[in-house]
Design a protein around this ligand. Sequence first.
Ligand code: ADP
Length: 499
Amino acid sequence: IADQRARLNKAAADFVAKPKKLLIDGEWVDAKSGKTFSTVDPATGLEITRLAEGDAADVDVAARAARRAFEEGEWPRLRPRDRQRLLLKLADLVEAHADELAEIEALDNGKPVTYARFVDVNMAVDFLRYMAGWATKIEGTTLDLSTGFTPDDQFFAYVRKEAVGVVGQIIPWNFPLVMAAWKLGPALATGCTVLLKPAEQTSLSALRLGELVMEAGFPKGVVNIITGFGGTAGAAIVEHPEVDKIAFTGSTAVGKLIGMAAMKTMKRVSLELGGKSPVVVMADANLETAIPGAAMAVFFNMGQVCTAGSRLFVERKVFDQVTEGVAEVAKSMKIGAGLDPASQLGPLVSAVQRDRVMAYIQSGLAEGGRALTGGQVIGGAGCFVEPTVFVDVNSSMKVVREEIFGPVVVAQPIDDIANIPAMANDTIYGLGASIWSNNLSFVHRLVPKIKAGTVWVNCHNFLDPALPFGGYKQSGVGREMGRAVLDLYTESKSVLMQI
Ligand code: ADP
């Protein structure tokens, strides 16, 4: 495939051509070391551009700037309504640059540009607008108390909700712009200041968002963006004493490292980690929607979704019909570069990810799994893998147990519906699940037994900013979105006044 940069419209092309820097204290600066690294188009394997390679020295300057912005200057004096107004302005700017951001995302991540435009960019806008509203609705409580130590002692007590402070936000490569908006929204609504580290594979849309943050008029030092690698820039954010809280989205393995490192300075931590989400299809479901629904549950974004429906459980009497139907959907999807408007599935994000997914597919085949479709890498310099449907698997296989983060689903038949909770919960993860059935009583009885932060019924992967999102078990700590996220970005201060 030819250099995809040629497909960009002028706005995105101009942005990509500009030198890429770090955003620290309101200025775009090079890394102190002067080092840069390459960001690659996964459709072609060609370098798109080079990014500043931030490390501990840059993080230190940014953390101190974020601390100053939090304690002094304009930001702490802004009224909630002004924070709301700035967030709404940022949402408007993202919307005004929607096509450009979608092209940048499609080039850097590989996802089809139409999805980038109508899923990713729209979600980012929605999410910023939703969080803007919370800026003016953060409330504490008041209580009348008495200790009973003396007959007439009396206290007036209240609980203040205060911004947690400087927040380090480390995000992954699967939804780069959405993740940046998802993280910045609650931090800015509550009055925190931020060090944001995008994933090294996909930093471009976050850098463009950083320009829009400055254009919206956020005071300097409120949002700092450090591009660089996890082990250096990321680890430095987690360790920095001026950082009060870490919000991380990424793999469970890295989440554990970050959680443990953050405890050294007792940072507040919220983690959105991996999943191996079950999709349960009952024979009474409307199969005309359940089959494409189960297919999209796992193939959307090439399976690079933390809630990907990667374990498919189907009642035995419709097992062949559903699994063959999902395989047909897989075969019918057009695979190509994200910027090719005809593409329905893009490449995986990187050669590393392609090789990781292929190793899982090979392990599944070696352990006796049968691929109804897929199973092959698509040759050439791009990072393309065929969407793959495995049957003849059992619950001890690696492909069934581990998160693949690729377009691979493992299907198992349900022989006894009493076993559904045990089958669905037979995983270290607990992020998402979906149930496809028209039997409402059955669904309502099953939902409480599924250990997952989100259970979808007759749909999968739908998110709304008003709904808390997060994981049971090793899928994470805390709930983002909805009212719940405010708890992650505020401290409670109890005030007791003897009266
Ligand atoms: P993947 O392995 O799929 O690339 P990761 O969970 O490693 O996903 O990456 C998610 C984010 O975490 C990225 O921004 C990455 O740079 C960052 N990261 C990776 N390792 C560390 C680490 N040890 N400390 C802090 N951040 C890290």
